[in-house]
Design a binder for this molecule. Sequence first.
Ligand SMILES: *[C@@H]1O[C@H](CO)[C@@H](O)[C@H](O)[C@H]1NC(C)=O
Ligand SMILES: *[C@@H]1O[C@H](CO)[C@@H](O)[C@H](O)[C@H]1NC(C)=O
Ligand SMILES: *[C@@H]1O[C@H](CO)[C@@H](O)[C@H](O)[C@H]1NC(C)=O
Ligand SMILES: [Ca+2]
Ligand SMILES: [Ca+2]
Length: 307
Amino acid sequence: MEKYVIFVLCFIVAPALAPPPRTTKQYRGDYVYNRKTDAFYKFHIETVRYYSVQRLCEQEGAQMMVPESNYDIMQLHSMFKQYPDLGNYAWVGNDGQKHESAEEQPIIDLSSNTDGSMGPYSSECQVGTRSGDIETTECYRQFPFICKVAAKDAPYDAHCDVYGKDYRYYSSVRSCYKIPRMPYTWSQAYSECQAEGGHLLVINSEAEHDAIFNLTNTEEKVQGSRVFHFYWAGFRADKPVGNATAVFKTIFNQTLEEAGYAEWAENEPNNAMGREYCGSVFKNDGKLNDYDCTHEVGFICEKELSM
Ligand SMILES: *[C@@H]1O[C@H](CO)[C@@H](O)[C@H](O)[C@H]1NC(C)=O
Ligand SMILES: *[C@@H]1O[C@H](CO)[C@@H](O)[C@H](O)[C@H]1NC(C)=O
Ligand SMILES: *[C@@H]1O[C@H](CO)[C@@H](O)[C@H](O)[C@H]1NC(C)=O
Ligand SMILES: [Ca+2]
Ligand SMILES: [Ca+2]
């Protein structure tokens, strides 16, 4: 009888929450689903050293792809095809098997000492090749890489309806927020929030300003950020023509006044060096600042509760 009651309750509650990736086969907008492996994949075209790969994949709720089956290799091969201009290699995780060394050698070979022993740069990292092989090469080289997450492991926050972990819900504003652990340029930050199903923070009220002040003052700082005293937010301006003043608008094409919060910090926007056209919020008072869009700093993603 008890079991029956629980079953009925689940049945009633379930439709209120969007189902997770293991059911929907939907994940972040920048991941593709493979039915054969029941997993999601992303080909990162930016080139990095091997040691950065796992951290970057984990940031997206995934892992560095370890080629486990021919389906993984076929996936790799088909993703390579979409980028004909890219080189021939992408980092993959160690599958524990012996592989040939990639034949294309770097211009300066740092891989062995004069006595023939392995130097500090071992050649034990694995790459997937454009033609669908797995080879080994020096770990210090920079290549694109592939992240993978099994559908059953893909993170989904049902309350906030986002494909990510660590969102914090503020009931005062009925919104969820997250400060990802990576510093990004404004455009990268915009895409990252979007990929998780949210958007770069837009402050719409004094109450939301208070929530953001609380958030930025209770989260750890983002390692590697160029500065720690502000975070990207979802507003920017086009570089004005002539001596017109820049008009800042939110990512939803509203002026700050229309959005509901337009308090600039003291002496801001100052357009320092004539290059500050992207929006950020200060940690010390939660007020607004303009900053150079190309710098890599922490950022805040937001997702409003839909109901
Ligand atoms: C943030 O909010 C929490 C929970 O209401 C509170 O305990 C904490 O003191 C606040 N911190 C700041 C810096 O406002
Ligand atoms: C700057 O603005 C003034 C009037 O506001 C205008 O007369 C002048 O031509 C402008 N200068 C430039 C370089 O656009
Ligand atoms: C943004 O808003 C302005 C004026 O409110 C309008 O003219 C413009 O077409 C809008 N742009 C977009 C991309 O919606
Ligand atoms: Ca908001
Ligand atoms: Ca500024």
